[in-house]
Design a binder for this molecule. Sequence first.
Ligand code: DQA
Length: 150
Amino acid sequence: MSAHNRIEVIHGVNLDQLGRRNPEHYGGLDFDQLEYRISEWADELGLKVRFFQTNHEGALVEHLHKLEGLADAIIINPGAWTHYAWALRDALELAALPAVEVHLSDVDAREEFRRVSVIRELCFATISGQGPDGYREALDRCKSHLEATT
Ligand code: DQA
């Protein structure tokens, strides 16, 4: 029987450039360091993580199409696509997996356009404004959710 511990960590547009973005919003880690942290936290929690990042919306949509049977939950930070990419919303719905939305910055305390999230209603939790630590909380939430539902 599967352990129900496979978490797909998905990053969207511009997050690969984290080390060049404003540390006041996004914290001091570059993208490789962020993924490394996430994998350490996952190990501590007994979760298996896979990572995917793209700057191409269609690639993300197709990645979500192919996830069936490969993951038990999704942690997703779509970057700016969060605020307008309805095709991403529909692809996340098709993936039909429990999902947590994460933002490094506090999207509700920034520009008006960042307050809209097209994926929020599909996610069982949203974590924003905690910097990299938000991913630790997201992993925790996935673990509890999977333990309670599988
Ligand atoms: C972000 C917030 C988005 O508004 C922004 O476009 C990003 C990153 C975050 O992690 O805080 O690229 O998703």
